[in-house]
Write a new protein. Structure first.
Length: 198
């Protein structure tokens, strides 16, 4: 099958490949995609992304894990895209940590009991690892870990299957059999290694 005339890759499949589904439903797995395969994003539904391959085959994937193809150098002084700019996520992590710290200080000072502490901290979700210039942040809104090099964010791993479309109508056993690895690292170096590993 020849490539569609208007096929223009917008993303590539992460190293290690990517699970794919016939529809935005984890109960309908299809053939997984090969690592670094160029694809074109043609539709989004929550975390789900419908991609088109050069041979005109399409499938649904976890859009959070697709690696964006660079579209040329940014215009000097132009703002970063909302999803690549690390500052909003850094601010959310700082806010969550501040709220937790305040509750912990009140608990330690005896101004809160254990139950009130649990109520005040319920729903707080944050994660952050800092190693020199490298920072890993948990993006609770999109249920993914991202790597930040100081200027932009790159998805490392998703913590659950894609959401935002219909739920699977198949039994839990079949859904669990779908080829989805929620802990697979897909960057930043592409080989699964963390910067600084030996």
């Amino acid at each position: 099958m020849s490539a569609p005339v208007d096929f223009r890759p917008t993303h590539v499949v992460p190293p290690g490949g990517l699970a794919a589904w016939e529809s935005p439903d984890t109960g309908r797995p299809t053939v997984p995609l090969d690592a670094l395969l160029p694809v074109q994003l043609i539709d989004r539904r929550g975390d789900w992304a419908r991609i088109l391959c050069a041979n005109a085959w399409s499938a649904w994937v976890d859009g959070r894990l697709l690696v964006t193809v660079p579209q040329g150098p940014p215009v000097p002084g132009a703002p970063l895209a909302r999803t690549a700019d690390p500052r909003p996520l850094l601010a959310r992590v700082q806010d969550m940590l501040s709220r937790y710290r305040s509750a912990a200080e009140d608990l330690a000072a005896g101004r809160l009991d254990g139950e009130t502490f649990r109520q005040r901290t319920q729903g707080l979700r944050a994660g952050m690892v800092v190693d020199g210039e490298a920072v890993w942040l948990y993006d609770a809104e999109h249920e993914r870990w991202v790597y930040c090099d100081g200027t932009r964010l790159s998805t490392l791993a998703a913590s659950g299957p894609p959401s935002g479309a219909r739920a699977s109508a198949v039994p839990d056993e079949a859904a669990e059999a779908a080829p989805y690895d929620a802990t697979r690292v897909v960057g930043p170096s592409g080989d699964g290694a963390w910067p600084g590993d030996g």
